[in-house]
Write a protein that binds this ligand. Structure first.
Ligand SMILES: [Zn+2]
Length: 283
């Protein structure tokens, strides 16, 4: 009898302890889902014919995306999103130097693009220029140097889909210019990425299409090491560059949350959204 009563008391105590522990220290799976800052999205003309700005905002809400770095071809897509005045979604507009898709191949030597950029800059709303594509020695084109210096002078960011070589050339034109490195080079070896981060403190790596982030279904150990070493230097992105990517936004949000769950919560929060918020002074 006595033994049974002691056993019951112990069970009650254990239940109480578990309960107290659970209240004091929330388990990772009980934490609210990480909000996201999508630092690479395009609301291009092709997507606009299928998805209204209201539908885009609703999708972001559903996916837990609280802020976006918007860069659309043409820029009207970004202006449409801003015009929604969604109180819970912050839109950080970037000036995309493309009128039509083929501009990505020769924007740096195209007087029509130059005129577009000049005109768009007069709006005074953009926080950066990009995403633009640039590889190797093309980054030495006079117009690339001009844009890099203009960005540095005006405190604008660049958003470059570029190889390491082109990023280094841009930084030689305008040392200290702030640069979001789209896809963190996509396939640039991580030792090179690490060397560039160490050498150039104004580079921030955006993670879309960096498929080696995942290894055996979880964050790769090498990536984990890099993120722990540079917790304030990474941002996530969906890169809705083609319309089907819009159908994968929720899946991509879940992917980032799954990868980032391998990191301490404060680092995960940084990469998921705090870095983006801080870079662009979003409150
Ligand atoms: Zn893109």
């Amino acid at each position: 009898m006595m033994r049974r009563r002691i056993a019951a008391a112990l069970a009650a105590l254990a239940a109480f302890a578990t309960c107290t522990f659970a209240q004091g220290q929330p388990q990772p799976d009980k934490l609210p889902p990480l909000p996201l800052f999508d630092a690479h999205m395009h609301y291009n003309v092709e997507a606009r014919s299928l998805l209204s700005p209201q539908q885009v905002i609703a999708l972001w809400r559903k996916a837990g995306i609280r802020a976006v770095l918007a860069t659309s071809r043409p820029n009207d897509g970004t202006l449409d999103l801003i015009a929604q005045h969604a109180p819970d979604i912050t839109i950080v507009p970037f000036l995309r130097p493309y009128r039509v898709q083929p501009d990505r191949y020769d924007w740096f030597s195209n007087s029509g693009v130059e005129a577009l950029v000049e005109k768009e800059l007069q709006r005074g709303i953009y926080r950066g220029i990009g995403e633009f594509h640039i590889f190797g020695a093309d980054a030495d084109a006079p117009y690339v140097a001009k844009i890099a210096r203009l960005a540095r002078e005006r405190g604008l960011w660049l958003h470059a889909h570029a190889d390491a070589d082109a990023v280094e050339r841009i930084l030689r034109h305008a040392p200290g210019v702030k640069l979001i490195w789209a896809h963190t080079g996509m396939t640039t070896p991580l030792d090179k990425v690490e060397q560039m981060f160490a050498q150039h403190p104004t580079i921030v790596g955006e993670l879309s299409y960096r498929s080696d982030v995942e290894q055996d279904g979880a964050l790769s150990p090498r990536w984990k090491q890099l993120m722990l070493r540079y917790p304030s230097r990474f941002v996530v992105g969906t890169d809705t560059w083609i319309t089907p990517r819009w159908g994968q936004v929720e899946e991509m949000a879940a992917f980032y949350r799954r990868m980032l769950s391998a990191l301490p919560r404060d680092v995960a929060e940084r990469i998921a959204y705090r870095n983006g918020m801080e870079l662009f002074d979003v409150k």
